[in-house]
Design a protein around this ligand. Sequence first.
Ligand code: ZN
Length: 55
Amino acid sequence: MQERREIKYGKGSRQCRRCGSHKGLIRRGGLNVCRRCIREIYGKIGFKKTGSRGG
Ligand SMILES: [Zn+2]
């Protein structure tokens, strides 16, 4: 039995390098992650939050 693995991290592949999704892919600064993962990644760093002030 052969396991199907298509993990290609390069310029050719256009998919989230985190989950591998193609929807809402964001290539900002070479992140190559989908919107969903972006939130998780930036959420920890401190994504731009608009609306409420003072935290
Ligand atoms: Zn993702």
